[in-house]
Design a protein around this ligand. Structure first.
Ligand code: OGA
Ligand code: MN
Length: 230
């Protein structure tokens, strides 16, 4: 049985017999994607998924060059954590510099990035009925000495963020001694994840607390974003 049928029957068993449904199934026709299936299985089982080589080394290089060009043109801003705090408090919580991405004015590198992300979003919506309607992504640079203290990716009064996605754009030779691990706190363990190039980490925004450990050497580069409902 097709996965789409399985999900749809689960949600609305009575729908099964109508002609309308036949047409719906036609529209839902898709080619099973083993990588995306693995991500979904991981998310269902452990609320996070780590994908090495989601982006090829060529793609990482193109994206890193895009980030660096904008960073060197001084387009990044010190990150903030809300409107009720000041810069000193912000800095004690997170020290990264960010630049929001604009899909409508995307350069070639960013088009490549959004193509892959949109493929994943469409797949999630079709096979899991996740209802992702919005997304937001920013570049991030963590200079040496910076970090992001343990937190959840949701804000008060805003539960639209469903999945967090972090894509690492560092050079091949990122060393353990450089620090900058993403630590995810699961019920079972504290999981340290190195920000290796091409690696993508996806996790449930409202469930898993996490932090970025202090960067001890080099600059840590990434794209971070959220898939949102409504
Ligand atoms: C964030 C975040 C993790 C990372 O930006 O909210 O937790 O590994 N980033 O960069
Ligand atoms: Mn976070």
């Amino acid at each position: 049985m097709k996965k789409t049928n399985r999900f749809l029957h689960y949600i609305c068993p009575l729908f099964k017999k109508s002609r309308m449904t036949e047409e719906l199934f036609e529209q839902l026709e898709f080619i099973e994607n083993p990588l995306f299936e693995t991500i979904i299985d991981d998310l269902l089982q452990q609320q996070y998924s780590i994908v090495n080589d989601f982006f090829s080394s060529e793609e990482v290089e193109v994206l890193r060059n895009s980030l660096l060009a904008k960073y060197e043109a001084d387009r990044f801003k010190k990150s903030a954590i809300g409107n009720r705090t000041n810069e000193e408090i912000d800095k004690a919580i997170r020290g990264d510099f960010i630049l929001w991405m604009d899909e409508k004015n995307a350069n070639e590198a960013e088009l490549l990035f959004f193509k892959k992300i949109n493929d994943l979003v469409n797949y999630l919506n079709k096979t899991c009925f996740l209802g992702i309607l919005q997304k937001e992504f920013h570049y991030a640079v963590y200079p040496t000495g910076t970090f992001y203290k343990r937190h959840l990716d949701t804000f008060q009064n805003d539960d639209r963020r469903k999945l967090s996605i972090v894509c690492y754009l560092n050079e091949d030779n990122w060393l353990r001694e450089n620090g900058g691990e993403l630590t995810i706190y699961t019920e079972k363990e504290d999981l340290d994840i190195l920000p290796l190039p091409g690696r993508v980490v996806i996790f449930e925004s409202q469930v898993l607390e996490h932090e970025v450990k202090v960067v001890k050497a080099s600059e840590r580069m990434s794209i971070t974003g959220w898939l949102k409902t409504r």
